[in-house]
Design a protein around this ligand. Structure first.
Ligand code: ZN
Length: 531
C-alpha cells in the first residue's frame, strides 16, 4: 500500500491564524493528540522567533513520542554568513528537534526585491544551510517558498533552487503555494514537469486562498508527492492551510493511500473537536468529514432512502472518521425521520404506527408555534417518551413568581423567584435569588428538588440562548430559548422553550433540562442495581 507522510503544522502555520494563540501547555497537549493520531511530523514552531517556542522544544525533547518526529521550523541562513554562525540555524540545532523544516526563496522577484541578494548567493544560502543541518544529523525538509509562483515567473531559477537543496542533501523538497492562488491543474502540470528532471521526494505545502488548499495537496499526491503539510481544521494565516481533516480521509478512503497507522482514522473527528476546544474556536459544523452536519439528514425523502440504504445520501460511512449520522427533526420531516430518531433513542416505532403519527403531528404543531428540535434533542426525546408512555413525571409546577428590583441606578438589579411545586403529592415552596430570572428560577427549582432527587447537584446549566421569532408581530413576538446542560459524566444536552414571555420560555427549557438529566440518571441506575 502506498504511503504519504503527514506534516502537521497546526502549531506553527496554524497558530498564525487570526484569533488563535496557544500557550506552551496548549501546544504540548495538542502535540500529544497529534502523535496519538499518528502524523509523521509535528511542526512545533520557530525556535528563533520567540521564547514560547523555545520552551515548547525544550519540553518536547524530554517527552516520548510514539509516531511523530518533532520538527523545528526556520529559514535558511542569512546572506554572506555561514550557517554555523547564523542565529536562526543555531536555534534549530539547539531546539534538539530531530527534524527541521527550513524555507528559502524560489522566486527571483523575492530574491531581488525582498532579500536583495544575488541569485547565486541565494542558491548558496539554500545549499549550505541544508548541508550544515544534514551534517548535524537532522532530517531536513526544504520548504521552497512561493515555489509555484516562482516557477511560473522564472522556471529555470526556481528549478535551480530545488537542485541547490537536493545537492545539499535535503530529505524532502516541499513545494509551497505560499500565496494560495495556484489551481489544482497548475499544481499537476508543474509537478509533472519537475518529475522529468528532478528525481527526488517531493512534499506539498499549500495555502487555501482560493479554497483549494486540500485539493492542491491531493493533486500533488496524485502526481507523486510523498509528504503533505497541513493543519487540523485548516487553521492558518488568512484563509488557512490545507485542511488535514479533508486531506487525510480523502487519501485514505478515496485513493487507498495510508497516512496514519492502521485504525487511527476514526480518531479524526475527536482530534478536530479537541483542537477547536483548546483554540477556543467555534467548530465549523459544515466542515467535511468531521463537522457536526457532515452526516446530518433533514429532508424526509432523504431519510426514508437512508433507512433503506445508507449509501443513498452518504459518500462514506461516518464512523470511518469517528463522526456520526444525525437525523434532524424538523417540519420537513417525514415519518421516517421520527422513526429513525426514535430508533436511535432505543424506541421502536413502526412508521405507520399511531404513535409515530402522533409524534409527527406533535412536532409539526410545535414547530409551527416556533419550537425547533434540531438543536434540542433532549426536548425531542422527552416528547418521544411522552408519546410512547415511557415518561415518568418527576414534579408538577403549581405556580411561580419572579420579582426583579433595581434599588440603585448604579447597581445590578436583584432577581428573586418564588416557586411552588408538588412532588409525589407533597407541596414545596422555595425562594431563589439569581443574576436574572432564569438563574433565580433555576436556584429555586434546585432547592425544591434536591431532597427528592439529590442527583440534581450533578446537573449544571452551561449556556442559555435566546432568539426572537416571528418578529413581524412587534411586541407580541415570541422568543425561543435554548438551554444547554451538562452532567458530571461530561454528557451534555439541549432543551427548548417557546413563549411570548421570556421567563415562561426559559422555564419550559429549564424543566426539560432538569427532567432529562434526572431521568437519564434513573435509567442508568436501574441496570446497575440489578447486577
Ligand atoms: Zn505556510
Amino acid at each position: 500500500m502506498r504511503r504519504v507522510e503527514i506534516l502537521d503544522t497546526t502549531l506553527r502555520d496554524g497558530s498564525q491564524a487570526e484569533g488563535i494563540s496557544f500557550s506552551v501547555e496548549d501546544k504540548l497537549r495538542i502535540a500529544s493528540r497529534l502523535d496519538h493520531l499518528g502524523v509523521a511530523f509535528i511542526e512545533g514552531g520557530w525556535p528563533v522567533s520567540n521564547e514560547k517556542d523555545r520552551e515548547f522544544f525544550a519540553r518536547a525533547s524530554e517527552m516520548k513520542w510514539e509516531n511523530a518526529r518533532i520538527t523545528a521550523f526556520g529559514s535558511t541562513c542569512r546572506a554572506n554568513i555561514s550557517p554555523q554562525d547564523d542565529e536562526n540555524i543555531k536555534a534549530l540545532i539547539e531546539s534538539q528537534a530531530s527534524a527541521t523544516a527550513i524555507f528559502g526563496k524560489s522566486w527571483d522577484l523575492h530574491v531581488n526585491v525582498a532579500l536583495r541578494v544575488s541569485l547565486e548567493e541565494n542558491l548558496r544560502m539554500i545549499h549550505d544551510s541544508v548541508q550544515y543541518l544534514k551534517s548535524q544529523g537532522r532530517y531536513v525538509i526544504y520548504d521552497a517558498e512561493h515555489f509555484f509562483d516562482g516557477f511560473k515567473a522564472n522556471e529555470e531559477y526556481a528549478l535551480a533552487t530545488l537542485h541547490a537543496a537536493k545537492d545539499g542533501g535535503a530529505d524532502v523538497l516541499a513545494l509551497c503555494d505560499t500565496n494560495g492562488g495556484t489551481l489544482p491543474g497548475e499544481v499537476r502540470r508543474i509537478i509533472q514537469k519537475l518529475q522529468k528532471t528532478l528525481a527526488h521526494p517531493l512534499g506539498i505545502h499549500a495555502h487555501n486562498d482560493s479554497g483549494f488548499g486540500a485539493a492542491n495537496a491531493v493533486a500533488a499526491v496524485e502526481e507523486g508527492a510523498v509528504q503533505v503539510h497541513g493543519t487540523i481544521n485548516g487553521y492558518g494565516e488568512r484563509c488557512g492551510n490545507s485542511n488535514l481533516c479533508s486531506v487525510i480521509p480523502v487519501l485514505e478512503l478515496k485513493l487507498g493511500i495510508r497516512c496514519l497507522p492502521e485504525g487511527n482514522l476514526k480518531h479524526l473527528t475527536y482530534v478536530s473537536g479537541f483542537i477547536d476546544e483548546i483554540a477556543n474556536v467555534v467548530p465549523d459544523e459544515r466542515q467535511p468529514f468531521v463537522g457536526k452536519s457532515a452526516f446530518a439528514h433533514k429532508g424526509g425523502i432523504h431519510v426514508d432512502a437512508m433507512m433503506k440504504h445508507e449509501m443513498t445520501y452518504e459518500h462514506i460511512q461516518p464512523t470511518l472518521v469517528g463522526n456520526e449520522r444525525r437525523i434532524l427533526i424538523s417540519e420537513l420531516s417525514g415519518a421516517s425521520n421520527v422513526v429513525a430518531k426514535a430508533l436511535a433513542h432505543g424506541l421502536d416505532l413502526n412508521k405507520k404506527s399511531p404513535e409515530a403519527r402522533a409524534v409527527l403531528n406533535d412536532i409539526q404543531r410545535l414547530e409551527s408555534e416556533g419550537y425547533s428540535f434540531e438543536s434540542a434533542e433532549a426536548s425531542f426525546e422527552l416528547l418521544l417518551k411522552k408519546a410512547t408512555g415511557s415518561y415518568t413525571k418527576l414534579f408538577d409546577l403549581l405556580s411561580f413568581r419572579v420579582i426583579m428590583e433595581k434599588r440603585d441606578p448604579n447597581e445590578e438589579p436583584i432577581t428573586e423567584a418564588t416557586l411552588k411545586i408538588s412532588v409525589n403529592g407533597e407541596e414545596h415552596h422555595t425562594v431563589g435569588e439569581g443574576d436574572g430570572p432564569v438563574h433565580a428560577l433555576d436556584t429555586a427549582l434546585r432547592k425544591a428538588l434536591t431532597a427528592f432527587y439529590p442527583g440534581i447537584d450533578h446537573i449544571k446549566l452551561t449556556d442559555f440562548k435566546v432568539r426572537v421569532i416571528n418578529s413581524k408581530e412587534g411586541t407580541a413576538a415570541k422568543v425561543r430559548t435554548i438551554i444547554d446542560s451538562q452532567d458530571s459524566d461530561g454528557d451534555s444536552w439541549s432543551t427548548v422553550g417557546v413563549s411570548t414571555n421570556l421567563v415562561e420560555a426559559s422555564w419550559q427549557a429549564l424543566v426539560d433540562s432538569v427532567e432529562f438529566g434526572l431521568l437519564k440518571q434513573m435509567e442508568n441506575k436501574t441496570p446497575k442495581q440489578d447486577a
